[in-house]
Design a protein around this ligand. Structure first.
Ligand code: PLP
Length: 391
């Protein structure tokens, strides 16, 4: 594997952070910018979770913890996964990490090398491709299409798998599209994977608790036939509004769990101790704040979808999960990135151009509706004015 400095030059970025920096700069200059760019809940971490961190600090949890996380937290995660999906996961297979991205990084590092192929969703979270390129592996985009409600197709995913494929990355509910892949499609994919026993699966389920219209999240953990090659990624960032705490976890198969433990020992030692105690309270304490947040996202989703569909040249599929809308803007005559840039600079609305999420993202922009209804309505009014004048 090419572990030279050149590998860093192949790494990409997450443009949401650049847009956030630009929006913050414009706001500093006195501009009124509405930020629908960044993917983080606009809610505070629930009070009981904050108090648990304060208590942990007062109780003297100031030192290193076991590299894979404190046992009560790993036991709490096992209980949580049993409650949510009825699955049995040993705490020994659970590894707590400083954010979901770290699981992604570790998994792609384990399977990526020159000559290997990794299948990943496109449009999708940009770090998948960035990390694949870092390892020197060949990225193989799995298109997720508007006409399928931005669900992935099992047949298409299976058709991309070959002898050189090492890893398939899945993400449902999805960033940036809000697509949720139906259970039947996941059943078909898992059945098809039996023909490819050499292929591992990274299932990014970080938005698993954000499904709408009565949909239940389908976890890949529920499929025993692939448990020995499945890495299930999840975390606290989105569900508990804890992006800045840097708390994630994954369920690893027996063959890999000691490798990720060693990476932790070599790299981050452990996740910060008070945050782990807070993470336990988040899981084990009352879930009302999560339910209230998801209900509020659902309310905003209706506002966003109606507002976007009323814009000239814009149409949007109704997102079924996460907190993003991914409108098709092809009818405006604009390319996606220039449109996102003009909306920010001229209309004071931060969004992200679809191409920042992959080659199949042209013709779309991403809006995060993790913002107040009032701000969303103001943003839509600005977009309406802008598009009426500029298309
Ligand atoms: N996976 C997806 C699909 C995401 O959208 C994000 C964050 O935006 C992450 C993983 C990483 O989250 P974190 O590292 O904050 O846990």
């Amino acid at each position: 594997m090419l572990r030279t400095i050149a590998a860093f030059d192949r790494m990409g970025e997450e443009n949401a952070f650049a847009v956030l920096a630009r929006a913050t700069e414009l706001a500093r200059q006195g501009r009124d910018v509405i930020n629908l760019g960044i993917g983080q809940p606009d809610f505070a971490t629930p009070g009981n979770v904050v108090e648990a961190a304060v208590k942990a600090l007062r109780d003297g949890h100031h030192g290193y913890t076991p590299a894979t996380g404190i046992l009560p937290l790993r036991e709490g995660l096992s209980a949580d996964l049993h409650r949510r999906f009825g699955v049995d996961v040993s705490p020994d297979n659970v590894v707590v990490v400083p954010g979901g991205k770290v699981t992604m990084f570790a998994a792609i590092l384990m399977f990526g090398e020159p000559g290997a192929e990794i299948v990943y969703p496109d449009p999708g979270f940009p770090i998948y491709r960035s990390m694949i390129e870092f390892t020197g592996a060949t990225p193989v985009p799995l298109p997720v299409r508007e006409e399928n409600g931005f669900a992935f197709s099992a047949a298409e995913a299976l058709s991309l798998i070959g002898e050189r494929t090492r890893l398939v990355i899945l993400n449902s509910p999805a960033n940036p599209t809000g697509g949720v892949t139906p259970k039947a499609e996941i059943d078909a994919l898992v059945a098809g994977l039996e023909r490819f026993p050499h292929v591992a699966v990274l299932s990014d389920e970080i938005y698993g608790q954000m499904c709408y219209d009565g949909l239940a999240h389908t976890s890949l953990l529920a499929y025993p036939s692939i448990r020995d090659r499945l890495i299930m990624l999840d975390g606290w960032s989105k569900t508990y509004a804890m992006t800045g705490w840097r708390m994630g976890y994954a369920v690893w198969p027996d063959a890999l769990v000691d490798k990720i433990r060693k990476l932790a020992v070599n790299c981050w030692s452990c996740v910060n101790a008070p945050a782990q105690w807070a993470g336990l309270e988040a899981l084990a304490g009352p879930q009302d704040a999560v339910h209230a947040m998801v209900a509020e996202f659902d309310r905003r989703r209706a506002v966003v979808v109606a507002g976007l569909n009323a814009l000239p040249g814009v149409r949007t599929a109704t997102p079924k999960g996460a907190f993003y809308a991914f409108p098709n803007i092809a009818g405006t005559g604009w390319l996606a990135k220039p449109l996102a840039s003009a909306l920010l600079e001229e209309a004071g609305v931060a969004t992200i151009g679809g191409p920042d999420f992959g080659v199949h993202g042209e013709g779309y922009i991403r809006l995060s509706y993790a913002n107040s209804v009032d701000n969303i309505e103001r943003a839509l009014a600005r977009m309406s004015r802008f598009l009426s004048e500029r298309t």
